[in-house]
Design a protein around this ligand. Structure first.
Ligand code: FO1
Length: 303
């Protein structure tokens, strides 16, 4: 069975780990968001690809949700001491990956190529593919101005209400090598319980990727990131309230118009008319076993 998962952020990485556990080795391809990629201290950082890589390789910091377990911060403290930027925290272990990726990109290799190399070195049978190798950057439009994703999310603590989200570069972006092939070979497509606006929509903003999703011949099932109308972490609930008019399953499903055949929701959000069929289950991924159970439910709904 071939399964494609669209994923971004911490919820996406946790779910990816559950899906990987529910499948046989090599059956999963994760298409990752690159809209929140950022240049820090001269290094190219791909937070969502790295969250998936670290989670699938059991290297992630469970509590923080991003970055590596057992992290130390000496290089960042030293850079800060020399007057360097320290608003975006790059740990010593994490830095090793950014150095390798940045060197590869500067040598002219593609993001998908170096991501595949990193996954192989980590020993993964799962493929991790960026949505695009082209430059695509999420911009957050707020009453205080428009900010790059990480400037708003980390720099400003995602406090500003969001009026709109833009994906700079998306209209000219092509799917990364491997994306369309994975979608064409998929027996099921899943959308992780990630923020629809800033994790999944930047993936679907790549025109040929969106067309492939819309023309799918297999089922696509999304998992709602909300529990009882609230985000487990992050600003998804506030964004849905302001931009979609509410935090019910139908507001989540509305973000995925034409893209999904069913929505998995938490028991605390049921019953609900989401405009698409719903599957009700416990969606809180408190550990790997819970993430795997959720993945199994989503896979059943996609069968
Ligand atoms: N999130 C934070 O809230 N503060 C940080 O300083 C921070 C640093 C960071 C470094 C590497 C990385 O891969 C992720 C990092 N994140 C940080 C998380 C990241 O901003 C978000 O998880 C995603 O971009 C949201 O999808």
């Amino acid at each position: 069975m071939n399964v494609v998962l669209l994923s971004g952020g911490v919820g996406g990485a946790r779910f990816a780990r559950g899906v990987q556990a529910a499948l046989a080795p090599g059956e999963l391809t994760v298409i990752g968001n690159v809209g929140d990629d950022v240049e820090v201290l001269g290094l190219h950082v791909s937070p969502d690809l790295d969250s998936v890589l670290y989670a699938l390789a059991d290297l992630n910091d469970e509590e923080r949700g991003w970055g590596r377990a057992g992290e130390t911060w000496n290089a960042l403290a030293a850079a800060s001491g020399w007057g360097g930027e320290d608003w975006f925290r790059l740990g010593d272990l994490d830095l090793g990956l950014h150095l390798v990726r940045t060197q590869a990109l500067r040598a002219g290799r593609s993001l998908s190529d170096v991501t595949a190399q990193l996954a192989t070195v980590a020993g993964l049978a799962t493929r991790i593919v960026p949505a695009t190798d082209d430059r695509l950057r999420t911009q957050i439009v707020t009453p205080s101005g428009t900010f790059g994703f990480q400037e708003w999310f980390v720099g400003r603590g995602h406090r500003d209400p969001v009026d709109a989200v833009r994906f700079d570069g998306a209209s000219e972006a092509a799917p990364a090598s491997g994306v369309l092939e994975a979608l064409a070979a998929a027996d099921a497509i899943l959308i992780a319980p990630s923020n629809p606006y800033v994790s999944i929509q930047p993936i679907a903003a790549v025109p040929a990727l969106r067309a492939a999703l819309e023309q799918r011949r297999v089922r696509c099932v999304a998992v709602s990131p909300l529990i009882g109308g609230r985000a487990v972490k992050g600003p998804a609930d506030r964004m849905l309230s302001r931009m979609a008019g509410g935090t019910e399953p139908r507001h989540v499903a509305g973000c995925y118009e034409e893209l999904i055949d069913a929505l998995v929701i938490d028991g605390s959000d049921a019953p609900a008319d989401a405009g698409v069929p719903t599957t009700v289950t416990a969606t809180l991924m408190s550990d790997l076993a819970a993430a795997r159970r959720l993945a199994e439910k989503a896979l059943e709904a996609a069968a």
